[in-house]
Design a protein around this ligand. Structure first.
Ligand SMILES: C[S@@+](CC[C@H](N)C(=O)[O-])C[C@H]1O[C@@H](n2cnc3c(N)ncnc32)[C@H](O)[C@@H]1O
Ligand SMILES: [Zn+2]
Ligand SMILES: [Zn+2]
Length: 331
């Protein structure tokens, strides 16, 4: 499948990518050692001007890529003359993987998120080989509640598709996000929400992931042996990411068939009454809905476990009163 965001080859099956990480970020025998870098020191005192791409493996230390980006931003007048390295913005490495060392980056492996950037500078940043996309944004993309308006960041150049490896005792998954539309969640070891799932009786059960985002928890439940999983989100880009992640993890999850039910209406990014968007079958049956979780119960019927993973500050505690599931777990 081509990348749904840029039409090129960014989108790869989970089984292929999981075989490659974390080796893709490691130094080769010819890579020079990395100095300790103070990201808060002015650029002139940063002491990394001697860093270069390795002539043998062609990979670049992350700090070198960020320094080259900073030089473009200073040249475009978008940063002071002697700013610290951290003023560039947030580097979003793709594939995200919990590394205990600073990564060496290959081509198209970094998306840069910053609030102080324009289209011209973004186009220049894209000439740095490791940078695959540039996003301008502040706040959190997505929907903060049923009456909230949706927020997207702006993709100024390149492609915003990135992925994270999700590790659990059940195995590994690869979760893609269209990063200018869906909130960031870094891949990490011992992620609390995954630890929480590991303690639930998921095998053989019917699980609803009521605020699924790109599908992380529902797909992890399927990996744990759930027999039916319903995934739902009020934000259309999250639902589209979930469909993409069923496709990406097809082999890992033993999925035989994936079908779109109804191509959603793109004018209504924030849903209300749930609409069935797609389904998948194989070792587990999946249905994917776009809508408000408060209207989801009539569509799913009684489940064994309903998972609700809200943004901080959102309260769904009144759901506890319903007869929706034997167990409602607020993550
Ligand atoms: C913290 S994120 C979920 C992250 C996801 N569980 C993961 O691990 O990737 C919260 C999600 O709740 C969704 N949301 C907010 N209000 C909702 C509502 N009323 N009904 C359904 N989803 C909602 C947001 O769009 C967002 O994707
Ligand atoms: Zn792409
Ligand atoms: Zn090397």
């Amino acid at each position: 499948m081509d990348c749904p965001r840029c039409g090129k080859s960014c989108f790869k099956p989970a089984s292929e990518v999981l075989d490659q990480v974390p080796g893709i970020y490691m130094a080769c025998p010819h890579c020079a050692p990395l100095p300790a870098v103070d990201h808060t020191a002015p650029r002139s005192r940063c002491k990394i001007h001697h860093l270069s791409r390795c002539e043998a493996c062609n990979k670049a230390p992350l700090d070198l890529v960020m320094m080259e980006a900073l030089e473009v931003l200073v040249d475009e007048g978008l940063r002071d003359r002697d700013p610290p390295l951290r003023s560039v913005g947030t580097p979003l490495v793709t594939v995200g993987y919990p590394l205990p060392f600073a990564p060496r980056l290959g081509k198209d492996s970094l998306i840069l998120l910053t609030d102080r950037i324009d289209s011209r500078a973004a186009a220049r940043l894209l000439r740095i080989p490791e940078i695959k996309g540039v996003i301008r944004g502040t706040g959190v993309p997505g929907v903060a509640g049923p009456n909230a308006k949706g927020l997207s960041w702006e993709l100024l150049a390149g492609c915003d598709l990135r992925s994270d490896v999700i590790q659990s005792i059940f195995g590994e998954l690869l979760i893609y996000r269209s990063q200018s539309q869906v909130h960031i969640e870094f891949s990490r070891k011992d992620a609390p929400k995954i630890r929480r799932l590991e303690g639930l009786p998921l095998s053989g059960r019917f699980v609803v992931d009521a605020t699924c985002g790109p599908g992380t928890l529902g797909l992890t439940a399927a990996l744990a042996g759930s027999k039916r999983v319903v995934l739902n989100d009020i934000w259309l880009p999250a639902v589209e990411n979930t469909m993409m992640n069923l496709e990406a993890n097809r082999d890992v999850l033993g999925i035989d068939c994936i079908e779109w039910a109804e191509r959603p209406n793109r004018d209504a990014l924030v849903g209300d009454e749930p609409l069935l968007v797609g389904s998948a079958s194989g070792s587990c049956d999946f249905q994917v809905y776009h809508g408000d979780l408060y209207h989801l119960f009539p569509h799913t019927g009684s489940a064994d476990i309903v998972l609700v993973d809200p943004f901080p500050g959102m309260s769904f505690s009144d759901l506890q009163k319903g007869a929706w599931a034997k167990k409602i777990v607020i993550i």
